[in-house]
Design a protein around this ligand. Structure first.
Ligand code: NAD
Ligand code: IPM
Ligand code: MN
Length: 352
């Protein structure tokens, strides 16, 4: 019997609606594979707490998570708290504090799911966005809001370090090698004159260090268009923090719904716990109605199983997801069905 200590951070909106299904799936698959989970749930780390106490989590929040084997997070964000305050108060400090510099966002088109995109056929689209997760366009340092002058302006600094870019590129090239695939690097070196030419230079350098892996670069605007027109072309797509963020929602939509995409925030060195979460947010527009698609969170649980050394259990979960979509029409409204989160999860559990 293997036991894992898992931190649950449900967060806001549909976060607390999609984590219980993920946990039910983990417990079910765990029973089959001799894995047990010891959960500690941080239910009040949320915007609600921010309104009450002025902070999303306690000051020693990261210390409380530090000795866990992994973190499973729902979503963060509520209309009552400015998004940059809530996200920089909980999600982003975990990613950065625990050096989770790889954000792995796999997307595949499942049989039985209607994609809004003609060329997105099941079995053909199977790509992974490798998103740089701790620097790039997301930074607090350097930039400033200059208020009150006639020349009122905001300056946002993007930080690309050689070490930070190199390590995520090496991860992407390593992943492509393991998949027998290739790397596409998202760039914008025609418009951004400092950061992206540097990014491209490092990509060429790391490509040379992985001579067996084919690679190409594409400008992010054209790449976004091709994600829609020819999604099956792509395998491993490596991108900066912001570009990767946008591409992963786009890829999820191409595969049918933002609600189905999972993410793994990885600290590949395993010096700190990694965090697993759906790609989507707290979806305040549907929160409280019990209709959120739990597949993003369930897929995140599968990524977590893989990371914890249980690839067979992870595969059981993705196989069950594929089977429920292929063999039944039980699905949540975002995928054109009328099932609730609970009904869909129950159906999935019958296949585990
Ligand atoms: P969102 O992903 O929450 O929602 C976008 C759209 O997709 C909405 O119409 C929503 O109903 C739908 N959707 C999302 N997840 C779904 C699911 N599981 N099932 C069915 N439909 C789903 O993005 P947003 O509206 O830009 O952001 C809402 C809040 O979430 C904001 O506060 C934002 O900052 C936050 N956010 C948090 C995270 C995170 O915690 N990782 C990620 C993205 C956005
Ligand atoms: C995501 C989200 C976050 C991000 C936001 C909410 C800060 O969109 O996890 O994709 O941009 O990283
Ligand atoms: Mn996003």
């Amino acid at each position: 019997m293997t036991n894992h200590r898992i931190a649950l951070v449900p967060g806001d909106g549909i976060g607390p609606e999609v984590l219980p299904p993920a946990r039910q799936v983990l417990d079910a698959v765990g029973r089959r594979h001799g894995i047990t989970f010891h959960y500690t749930s941080y239910d009040d780390w949320s915007c609600e707490r921010h309104r009450r106490e002025g902070a999303m989590m306690p000051e020693d929040g990261l210390d409380r998570l530090r000795d866990r084997d992994a973190i499973l997070l729902g979503a963060v964000g509520h209309p009552d708290v400015p998004d940059h305050v809530s996200l920089w108060g909980l999600l982003i400090p975990i990613r950065r504090g625990f050096r989770q510099y790889v954000n792995l966002r796999p997307v595949r088109v499942f049989e039985g799911v209607d994609s809004p995109v003609r060329g997105a056929r099941a079995g053909e689209v199977d790509l992974v966005v490798v998103r740089e997760n701790t620097e790039g366009e997301y930074s607090r340092a350097g930039g400033r809001l200059h208020r009150g002058l006639p020349g009122e302006k905001a300056v946002q600094e993007a930080v690309f370090t050689r070490a930070g870019v190199t390590r995520v590129l090496d991860y992407a090239f390593g992943l492509a090698a393991a998949r027998g695939g290739r790397v596409t690097s998202a760039t914008k070196s025609n418009g951004l004159v400092h950061t992206m030419p540097f990014w491209d230079e490092l990509v060429a350098e790391r490509a040379a260090a992985h001579p067996g892996v084919p690679w190409e670069k594409e400008h992010i605007d054209a790449l976004a268009a091709k994600f829609v027109l020819e999604p099956a072309r792509y395998d491993v797509v490596v991108a900066s923090n912001l570009f990767g963020d946008i591409l992963s929602d786009l890829a999820a939509a191409v595969a049918g719904s933002i609600g189905i995409a999972p993410a793994a925030n990885l600290n590949p060195e395993r010096a700190f716990p990694s965090m697993f979460e759906p790609v989507h947010g707290s979806a305040p527009d549907i929160a409280g109605r019990g209709i959120a698609n739990p597949l993003g969170a369930i897929g995140a649980a599968a990524l977590m199983l893989d990371h914890l050394g249980h690839p067979a259990a992870a595969k059981d979960v993705t196989d069950a997801v594929a089977a429920v979509l292929a063999t039944s029409d039980v699905r949540t409204p975002d995928l054109g069905g009328s099932a609730t989160t609970g009904q869909f999860t129950e159906k999935l559990l019958t296949l585990l």
